[in-house]
Structure formats: C-alpha cells, structure tokens
Write a protein that binds this ligand. Structure first.
Ligand SMILES: [Zn+2]
Length: 264
C-alpha cells in the first residue's frame, strides 16, 4: 500500500488490490476517512499512519456500496459509517451481500486473517448536501454530490479547503467505465457531466481506483470515458477502449459492459 500526502489536510492510501483508494481528510480536531484499502495488513496500518500524522478520525464515509470500498470499520471498529441515501437504500436492499463478496475474495486470495466486518447501523446522509467538520466557528463543509451509473448508488465528496474531489468509481486512470448491475451507461454519462463542473473547481481528483490526478489529467480521462461510453452505446463490442487502458482485465470489463446493452 502507498500513502500519499496530497494536501496538509488530506492523505490518500492506495491499496495493492485494484489500486483501491482510501482518503483521510481533517479539519482541526475532526476528520473523516472515505472508503478503504482491501488487505487486512493495509487496514491495520491506516490507524497508526493517521495517528502519527495527527489526523483524527471522527467518522467513516463511503462513496458506494461495493464491498471493496466498505471495509473502513475493520480499521476503525467503533466508528460511525455514513453514506448517501442511494447507498443506504442499496445496503438495505441487499443485506449481507458485501460481507459475502468479501468472504469470496478472501477465499479466492487465501486471505485467512480478516477481522470481522460489521455494516450495521449505517448513517444516511442527504445528497446533494453538506457535512460539517471541525469547530462551529471557522469549520469546514464537505459537499456531497450524486454519482450513480457505475452502480445504482454513489456519492462524490468535494472537499473545498483541500481542493480535492473524491469521486468513487469514476475518472480512473487504470479502469475503464464499468457498468455494474443496476448501473447504466446513460446514468454514468450524466454523472460524468456533473463531475466535470466539480473537476473544474478541483486541484486534485482521487478516483476510486488509481493514483490521484491533476485537474488537467482528470479532464483528459473524462473526455476518454465519455467517448468510450458513447461508442459502447452505438457500436457495442466494437467500441475502442481508451488508450492506456487496453489490458486483458479492462477487456473483460468491456465484455461485461457490452452484456448490459443486450436485451435480456
Ligand atoms: Zn470499486
């Protein structure tokens, strides 16, 4: 796992698995951790890195309900876990699914030292909305924006005092747009257009998978992703993958995306 200091008030962890990102942000005596790394040793390292860096953890947040983003409570078992309304609905509609998928991952990868994960009592946050952090006077506010299309749920967090946008599974330098069950290319495109405005206000963008990107790099990825999705909608399997993301793993995601376009 890598840990990057992106801003005096923001640290990004990048997991060895799928380059899944975890973002810690602070304002004075308060701080949040958004999403999670994947392996048990990575989750164990996060609290001590943050303690050393003077980053308090008052709560956990998640961008969406895919299992690889939901593991924060393994690192911080007592912490509250907050998510947007669409993610709370999805968690309630598929009870136990994230835990099941985590168990499958651990079996496939021979991981046998995983502490238990509890997703009970998740706090629902209004989206669009704001979440305040730090002292009442001179505190800061996180902005919550809807980000669906990859999955039926999703929230992007814009953190104005750091100039950072944490967007979930969009705008990745390592993963093509992935239309999971319940997502759609149409909703994904609409989210990219909403994210475009936030990217223009940001210095740095932290995608759900892959390293943080500058505004200019992100706008490049955004245009490639729009072109890919439009081609997927018009040409299906023949849609060219974005340059630099044409690996076997991305072709398999592309095949899944094509399957979502077929009438069932
Ligand atoms: Zn993901």
């Amino acid at each position: 796992m890598r840990a990057l200091s992106v801003n005096a008030d923001l640290i990004v962890f990048i997991s060895r698995f799928w380059q899944t990102t975890c973002t810690a942000v602070r304002a004075g005596e308060e701080g949040f951790v958004i999403d999670s790394p994947v392996y048990p040793d990575e989750l164990e390292a996060v609290p001590s890195v943050l303690e050393h860096a003077g980053f308090p953890v008052s709560g956990l947040l998640t961008t969406h309900a895919d299992w690889d983003h939901l593991l924060g409570r393994i690192a911080f078992p007592g912490a509250s876990l907050g998510c947007g309304e669409s993610t709370a609905r999805r968690l309630a509609a598929e009870p136990g699914q994230a835990e099941r998928e985590l168990r499958e991952f651990d079996e496939d990868h021979y991981v046998d030292d995983r502490p238990p994960l509890s997703l009970a009592a998740v706090q629902t946050l209004p989206v669009p909305g704001r979440l305040s952090l730090g002292p009442d006077e001179g505190g800061h506010e996180l902005e919550l924006h809807p980000a669906d299309g990859h999955t039926p749920d999703g929230t992007a967090f814009f953190i104005p005092w750091t100039g950072v946008l944490v967007c979930g599974d969009y705008l990745s330098p390592v993963e093509i747009p992935w239309i999971s069950p319940g997502g759609s290319a149409e909703a994904y495109l609409a989210t990219l257009e909403r994210l475009r405005e936030l990217v223009q206000r940001a210095e740095t963008v932290v995608p759900g998978h892959g390293r943080p990107l500058s505004r200019e790099e992100t706008l490049g990825v955004l245009d490639e992703d729009v072109a890919y999705l439009r081609a997927l909608m018009s040409s299906g399997v023949d849609a060219p993958l974005p340059a630099g993301r044409r690996t076997g793993a991305q072709r398999r995601i592309h095949e899944q995306n094509v399957a979502t376009r077929r009438p069932s």
